[in-house]
Ligand binder design. Structure first.
Ligand code: KIV
Length: 255
């Protein structure tokens, strides 16, 4: 799955399917199901390593898991998260993004707004495709004051939309938008020509992403926007197929 394929899907109005994955065996299962995007998320800090936040995740953690996932995938676009403070200046961003690309990522994801413009320009100049991540950005949990819905009022919604436009102009080729009201998710997807993938952002983004361990009922606490598809399935593969089908036919998330 190339970025161009994803753009074509957006143009055709076909929903994009995406999920996180952290190891080789699940990567094989997920690849077989046929997800469009596979994210080695720094949520591995929570679900694999047992940290309270994603902040302790290191670049070597991400390289290790990206390598494992890359060995098990051949179809979906493989994105890897740049962890906290590994892209706070352009030189670090280039070095660390290079490490993830060499580990097998095909794109890197960065959390944050306008301040990332120059970094995105530099990374794309060096041939590293960038996925931006706006709305709730878990690496900023202490700044935000908790894992809360973002963009609820007019001013903050306008600020998120303006950052999204600005990061697309800087060269971001995909956007993940997390935990914003449905109307804002819709507006952003309509204003951007790059695909916009939502998580807790309503039914009107160009695609959806969920954390694997939520979908298969392993996470102890399921966020209210997520869904345990294993509850209505007889196997992990069936749960994953049900998730992709529900995204494609528009039944998940509910409008
Ligand atoms: O780290 C992660 O899993 C993510 C997704 C929730 C989008 O960034």
């Amino acid at each position: 799955m190339s970025l161009n394929d994803l753009r074509q899907k957006k143009l055709r109005g076909e929903k994009i399917t995406s999920i996180t994955v952290y190891d080789y065996s699940f990567a094989k299962v997920i690849d077989k199901v046929g997800f469009d995007i596979i994210l080695v998320g720094d949520s591995l800090g929570n679900v694999i390593l047992g940290y309270d936040t994603t902040i302790p995740v290191s670049i070597s953690d991400m390289e290790y898991h990206t390598r494992a996932v890359a060995r098990g995938t051949s179809r979906g676009l493989l994105i890897s998260d740049m962890p906290f403070m590994t892209y706070s200046n352009q030189s670090d961003a280039l070095t660390n993004a290079g490490k993830l690309m060499q580990a097998g990522a095909q794109m890197v994801k960065l959390e944050g707004g306008e301040w990332l413009r120059e970094t995105i320009l530099q990374l794309t100049k060096c041939g590293i495709p960038v996925c931006a991540h706006l709305g709730l950005t878990p690496q900023s949990i202490h700044k935000i004051g908790g894992l809360k819905i973002q963009g609820r009022d007019k001013t903050s919604a306008e600020a998120i939309l303006s950052s999204a436009i600005s990061l697309e102009q800087a060269g971001a080729e995909l956007l993940v938008i997390e935990c914003v009201p449905l109307a804002l998710g819709k507006t952003i997807a309509e204003h951007l020509s790059i695909p916009v993938i939502g998580i807790g952002a309503g039914a009107y983004t160009d695609g959806q992403i969920l954390v694997l361990y939520d979908v298969i009922g392993v996470s102890p606490q399921l966020p209210n926007f997520s869904k345990n598809f294993l509850k209505e399935s007889n196997s992990i593969s069936e749960a994953l197929v049900k998730y992709t089908t529900a995204v494609r036919d528009g039944s998940f998330p509910p409008a």
